[in-house]
Design a binder for this molecule. Sequence first.
Ligand code: TMP
Length: 209
Amino acid sequence: MTGLFITFEGPDGAGKTTQVQTFAKCLADMGYDVLVTREPGGTAISDKIRGLILDPSHTEMDDCTEALLYAASRAQHVREKVLPALAQGKVVVCDRFVDASIAYQGFGLGLPVHRIKEINHFATGGLVPDRTYLLDIPVAIGRSRLAARAGLDRIEQKESGYHERVRDGFMDIASENPSRICLIDANRSMEEVSAAILSDFSQWAASRK
Ligand code: TMP
């Protein structure tokens, strides 16, 4: 039995983490066996790598090191947690996955996108999500939402030009993968956003039967 792999993506401040929780709860209420997880992180080793990557004091971190650390965290997470859960027939709902590396390290930092795809293919063994919700928000609005929160991490602290490139990158990825990625306008109330996601999921799941 194989489960379903659903990922959530989007620029910082899009409200992704709240939407992941709401979506997972709705699925559980519908009777699905759900596992919620996130990247970078999701396992003890991957969480340690997350700490290394996001530590604001690591200003000297090389872009290439950063890309490889995200991929290393992902390799452990996929093999230790995601694949076993999918093999048990669970719905795995994951806060970020490979698209984030393409958008942030590829488009944001300017590393070659084909290399980012290559290292992540190696890290994941070619695992691709069944459905991805891309929560889009204008950079200025996302950043003003973050500003209300204490303590930005190393990535969130980068200048807004970087975050504009990341957002453009996500749009590019969405247009390259129209059958997998569902673009959601996240610049509205939490309730409206979760209703849009659930409505898409119900239609998409029904179309697979
Ligand atoms: P989070 O805010 O979704 O927990 O992610 C932490 C930061 O890491 C966020 O700014 C996005 C960034 N990130 C990447 O740059 N590349 C990646 O592959 C992933 C998974 C996250």
